[in-house]
Design a protein. Structure first.
Ligand code: NAD
Length: 458
């Protein structure tokens, strides 16, 4: 195990397989130093006037906005995501900081009727929070944690994924230049097993917010539970896209590909199980084939690209293991030859919900089409998974839409849409997709403790 800086980390561009940057890799010593800086900065950041904290958050939003194109290009190159998607993600990050800039002055408590005095509640910051993020949406997921944590008065140590640390380092620099006091936000780049675990184990870190795989989330949860450390987890998914025969099939089929193949399928909300009512199956498959063939897969920096490469050679090998492993390949799109970690958008059909491809999170551009007959069967198949993150329902019957939405064991549902994330609404998982919620006002509950104060009037 590394205990201090031992090596330089090579950050690779997935579309070219070339080294994009080389940066120092931190170990336990650097993690401890960052935690110490955050601890020192906490009392002043906690006490700063709410309006001043809000103004700094707004200044960070403006500074990100001013650097939006550079950040989007860096993220597009480092993750291999289409530049149009990267721009939209940076726009979301600006919105997230502006939204939580409203929080410092609105962290309200209650007064509670009691005998003999006045009872009131306060929302107190936790202290130093450790934030651990994945490589698929590096900047947005960092912002979903950093912005509410700072708004509530916490100080932060952020550990981005080793594959995609570059925009987190930029965020630290931008925030500092925008007026965030020294030590309030600290980015530490290093291995998850070393720096990530140190954040979970360190006694001066009050809470850990983790986004990543369910397997690592389980480990984080175990380490946290030994210390009764607060923890929130945003984990994997295997979401269902349920298409009823009464739906607008053209619209459902046109939007289904990017609901799985967006970000090259490396999306926790990917609707990777497409459940189609059998009477509409042929019509849907025809329209889906047209939509998959029309997908533009290629250079992330090309304005017309809709899907880029996978993040790494390992990821490509893992994704490939699900194709030709039982379920037939019904549709295969195209992808560049290489260099680059390319993988063609692929639809397996028909798939049984018991097949490995339907049970495990593939995290690549592979969709499973699973036929069903009745509404009850659709809900049962959709719920027959250890995950519960997201999902969609396509129907023109409003009562059915609500009935099914209430029946699904999943955190975020869209009707006649494939979107999952809005700045103002809660996002998070049921079952093994996680613990807690991000975004919206609810996220603030996970970055504050509720304090109750009783004052006698007698
Ligand atoms: P991962 O679990 O491998 O890594 C996530 C982060 O955890 C990285 O920063 C990594 O360095 C760190 N880490 C690794 N081992 C650790 C350990 N032992 N202790 C502490 N930290 C450790 O995940 P990934 O491959 O980067 O991301 C893909 C996964 O993330 C998928 O499963 C995806 O579904 C999930 N994800 C979930 C959401 C959500 O909001 N629910 C969003 C995006 C991604």
């Amino acid at each position: 195990m590394a205990t201090s800086t031992e090596s330089m980390l090579k950050v690779v561009e997935p579309a070219t397989e070339q080294v994009l940057a080389e940066i120092p890799q931190a170990g336990v010593e650097e993690a401890d130093a960052a935690i110490a800086r955050a601890k020192e900065a906490f009392p002043a950041w906690k006490r700063i006037a709410p309006g001043e904290r809000a103004a700094i958050m707004r200044a960070i939003a403006s500074a990100i906005s001013a650097k939006a194109e550079d950040l989007a290009r860096l993220e597009a190159r480092n993750v291999g995501k289409p530049i149009g998607d990267a721009r939209a993600e940076v726009g979301l990050v600006v919105d997230v900081f502006n939204y939580y800039a409203g929080a410092p002055e609105r962290l309200l408590g209650e007064t509670i009727p009691v005998a003999g005095g006045v009872d009131m509640t306060f929302r107190e910051p936790l202290g130093v929070v450790g934030l651990i993020t994945p490589w698929n949406f590096p900047l947005p997921i960092a912002s979903w944690k950093v912005a509410p944590a700072l708004a509530a008065g916490n100080t932060v140590v952020l550990k981005p994924a080793e594959l995609t640390p570059l925009t987190a380092l930029e965020l630290e620099r931008i925030a500092r230049e925008a007026g965030l006091p020294e030590g309030v936000l600290n980015v530490v780049v290093g291995p998850g097993r070393v720096v990530g675990e140190r954040l979970v184990e360190h006694p001066d870190v009050a809470k850990v917010a983790f986004t990543g795989s369910t397997a690592v989330g389980r480990r984080v949860s175990q380490l946290a539970s030994e210390r009764i450390k607060r923890v929130t987890l945003e984990l994997g998914g295997k979401s269902a896209n349920i298409v009823f025969a009464d739906a607008d099939l053209e619209k459902a089929a046109a939007s289904a590909p990017l609901a799985v193949f967006g970000n090259a399928g490396q999306d926790c909300c990917a609707r990777s199980r497409i459940l189609v009512q059998r009477s509409a199956l042929d019509a849907f498959m025809g329209a889906l084939e047209d939509a998959v063939e029309a997908l533009r897969v290629g250079d992330p920096l090309d304005e017309s690209t809709q899907m880029g490469p996978l993040i790494s050679a390992d990821q490509r090998e893992k994704v490939g293991s699900y194709v030709g492993d039982g379920a037939p390949v019904a549709i295969r799109g195209s992808a560049p030859e290489g260099p680059g970690y390319w993988f063609p958008p692929t639809v397996l059909a028909p798939v049984s919900n018991d097949d490995r491809a339907a049970r495990e999170e593939i995290f690549g551009p592979v969709a499973c089409v699973i036929p069903f007959d009745t509404e009850e069967e659709a809900v049962a198949i959709a719920n027959d998974t250890e995950y519960g993150l997201s999902g969609s329902i396509w129907t023109t019957n409003g009562a059915r839409a609500l009935r099914v939405a209430r029946g699904l064991e999943t955190g975020t549902i869209s009707v006649n849409s494939n979107t999952s994330v809005r700045v103002t609404t809660p996002f998070g998982g049921f079952k093994q997709s996680g613990l807690g919620r991000e975004l919206g006002p609810h996220a603030l509950d996970y970055y504050t403790e509720l304090k109750n104060v009783f004052m006698s009037t007698e």
